[in-house]
Design a protein around this ligand. Structure first.
Ligand SMILES: Nc1ncnc2c1ncn2[C@@H]1O[C@H](COP(=O)(O)OP(=O)(O)OP(=O)(O)O)[C@@H](O)[C@H]1O
Length: 650
């Protein structure tokens, strides 16, 4: 039985697909298998038809009454929007980068389930109606690059997470409910003022006053700018601009009467002001740059630097306490001198120290972590700890190759992972030109990371090893794209207070606020948050997002947000928008979501063990996502299983 929506889809194709891009839209096949069409129970629920050179109106689609997601981004649709009030199930509406025109489509306001609305990059005009406030679920409102006019003072949608009205002709005060968005959400409007733009004082005190527009934050259109008029001679003003010029010609005449001495004084004054401003700007940017470098946020250091600084005397200097470089089995040896000679590039600063990429003389590349001293105990304790960590070997772990211990310097040497962290793949480089992380890769990363963590949990019979710091910067991809868990065991060196504010989005509730020691159950919770991050594309907290809260995905308390959305039966809508383009994955995503939700159960005893989590993730798709080189099912061959090694670290 074909869907009752067939007829409307065919009508739409006949009217809009002039370039015949929808090649598989064919009456003889099931529409639910067509490109861009997704069904639930035989009804079209999602229609994703982006960049397909479609034209005209999409009127026939307004009869698809079960539609929940409609994306027609990047086509050539034009004219007014059709009446959308029949689409009562609609939750996501993306119509950006088309040529729609006319007033704001009022029928949108009746779609009370709508939570993402993107009308950006069109030719809409007129006011943005305050009735939008009725959309009480709205998370996204993108109206940038249209020709909207009037004020947005009455706009108040407290749920908004993503908002942009830049590049319109709006004016008036920005309401308090929107002032938390960055200036980039408001720029290029002729008269918007108030936080985060400039204050409205100047305009609001006397909006009719000539020249008052000069105080408006946004750039003023050429020709309407009084200073432009001042610099041209009155005779050169074209007749149609005469009226505008009338208000400013008085200023012009005054300028003409200024004596040469006064003119020189003005010029000197200007130069002075300019120099002071430049100096201030220079200081400001230099301070920011220096702070960035100090924090390790700078992408790369400009010059290569040495891993070990002057605090640690070079080995051939007298008085040097030679530390011990200890290697673990099967690795190529190098000496501290080699590391010292290697040019290093800072990868970033973490809670336990600074990580560097070092290229050795022989071309080998390693990652070196220079530990902060704070909580490292004595040599023996450190060595015992390293012995345990060094013997943990698994295809989904970043292996510890060696360590170096001296009074002044503690270094850990790891295999270098060239394919970035999961954090970077999910949140870095958002914007045009980005390659989204596809669903199969995400599933494969989830499975790999779960195996790595399960291995840690099961590697010592006598000692319940924990990772203690599962998060997306600690899931790295090796050269074959396999996920590897890094930084395991380092939480032992962290003082609870020092680690508490870091990565708080991943912290299990039972560890807060007094910063108790992580457990295997708290690792499972963090892993659950990591899965939610993979599914939603959102950062678990501002701290975890690098303190900026930036990134398309936004920042939320992930477990709470997902629980609330799922409770309202919006399950499909929590997923990362970047995953919308893949077909037939909803079931798999829901399955992973369910696993993530049990992992993040607030009571620790309701969370599954990692072994079980691995199994559940592998069951989602079967063997496909498991790397073929690996035959992981138990950890019985782990070197750490010997009671001796486990005992040593107790
Ligand atoms: N073996 C490695 N190969 C490649 N990059 C690495 C390696 N180890 C760490 N990095 C990268 O270096 C940066 C700093 O890592 P580090 O582990 O010091 O801090 P973190 O993960 O941000 O925080 P934390 O110390 O809390 O784990 C991160 O971006 C991480 O992805």
């Amino acid at each position: 039985s074909t869907t009752p929506d067939l007829e409307h889809l065919m009508k739409f194709k006949a009217e809009s697909d002039i370039a015949n891009k929808l090649t598989d839209w064919n009456k003889t096949t099931d529409p639910c298998t067509w490109n861009g069409v997704f069904c639930i129970k035989n009804r079209v629920s999602r229609l994703v038809l982006e960049n397909l050179d479609l034209h005209g109106s999409f009127q026939p689609l307004t009869s698809l009454t079960q539609l929940r997601v409609l994306s027609l981004k990047g086509n050539g649709f034009s004219g007014q929007l059709p009446d959308l009030s029949n689409l009562t199930a609609l939750k996501l509406l993306f119509l950006s980068h088309n040529n729609f025109s006319g007033n704001f489509p009022l029928s949108v306001v009746s779609l009370f389930r709508l939570y993402r609305l993107d009308l950006s990059y069109n030719n809409f005009s007129g006011n943005i109606p305050d009735t939008l406030n009725r959309l009480t679920h709205l998370l996204t409102l993108r109206l940038e690059e249209n020709r909207f006019t009037g004020s947005i003072t009455g706009l108040n949608v407290p749920t908004l997470q993503d908002f942009n009205v830049s590049g319109n002709q709006l004016s008036g005060q920005i309401p308090r409910s929107l002032s938390g968005f960055p200036a980039s959400s408001f720029v290029q409007n002729s008269g918007l003022c108030g936080s985060p733009m400039q204050t409205c004082k100047d305009i609001l005190s006397d909006p009719t006053k000539p020249g008052s527009t000069g105080a408006i934050a946004s750039p003023v259109l050429p020709g309407s700018n009084p200073t432009t008029v001042v610099s041209s001679s009155p005779s050169s003003i074209p007749p149609n601009k005469a009226a505008a010029a009338a208000t400013t010609t008085t200023t012009h005449n005054k300028t003409a009467k200024i004596s040469p001495l006064a003119l020189i004084a003005i010029i000197l004054g200007d130069v002075l002001v300019l120099s002071i401003v430049s100096l201030l700007l220079y200081c400001y940017f230099w301070r920011n740059y220096a702070a960035k470098m100090r924090d390790g946020k700078g992408s790369k250091l400009l010059e290569t630097e040495k891993i070990v600084y002057s605090s640690s005397p070079y080995p051939n200097q007298p008085g040097f306490e030679r530390g011990k470089m200890v290697f673990f089995e099967g690795v190529k040896r190098f000496e501290l001198e080699d590391l010292l000679r290697a040019s290093a590039e800072m990868l970033g600063k973490g809670g336990f120290g600074t990580a560097y990429k070092a290229v050795l003389d022989d071309g080998n590349v390693v990652a070196v972590k220079r530990l902060k001293d704070a909580n490292i105990g004595g040599k023996r304790e450190f060595e015992q700890q390293m012995e345990v960590l060094g013997r943990l070997r698994h295809p989904n772990l970043v292996s510890l190759k060696a360590y170096y211990f001296a009074r002044e310097e503690k270094l850990l040497v790891y295999d270098y992972m060239p394919n970035c962290s999961l954090f970077w793949l999910l949140h870095g480089n958002r914007g045009p030109g980005r390659t989204p992380l596809d669903w199969t890769t995400r599933l494969k990363i989830a499975a790999g990371a779960a195996r790595g963590l399960a291995f840690i949990h099961n590697s010592c019979k006598s000692l319940k090893l924990t990772h203690g710091n599962i998060k997306s910067t600690n899931i790295l991809l090796d050269k074959s794209g396999n996920a590897r868990v890094s930084d395991f065991g380092l939480s032992l060196f962290a003082s609870p207070t020092a680690s508490a504010p870091r990565s708080n989005g991943y912290r299990a509730p039972e560890l807060s606020p007094d910063g108790r020691k992580p457990t295997q159950k708290s690792d499972v919770y963090s892993f659950g948050v990591l899965l939610l991050e993979l599914l939603t594309g959102k950062c678990p907290s501002i701290v975890d997002c690098g303190g900026t809260g930036s990134g398309y995905g936004g920042v939320v308390d992930l477990p709470r947000w997902v629980q609330s959305v799922v409770r309202e039966e919006w399950t499909a809508e929590v997923f990362d928008l970047e995953l919308m383009r893949y077909k037939d994955i909803e079931e798999e995503m829901v399955a992973l979501l369910q696993i993530a939700m049990t992992c993040t159960s607030p009571p620790p005893d309701q969370r599954p063990r990692m072994n079980h989590v691995v199994k559940m993730i592998e069951d989602i798709r079967g063997v496909e996502v498991s790397p073929c080189h690996e035959t992981f099912d138990s950890v019985s061959d782990s070197p750490c299983m010997s009671e001796d090694t486990c005992g040593a670290s107790q």
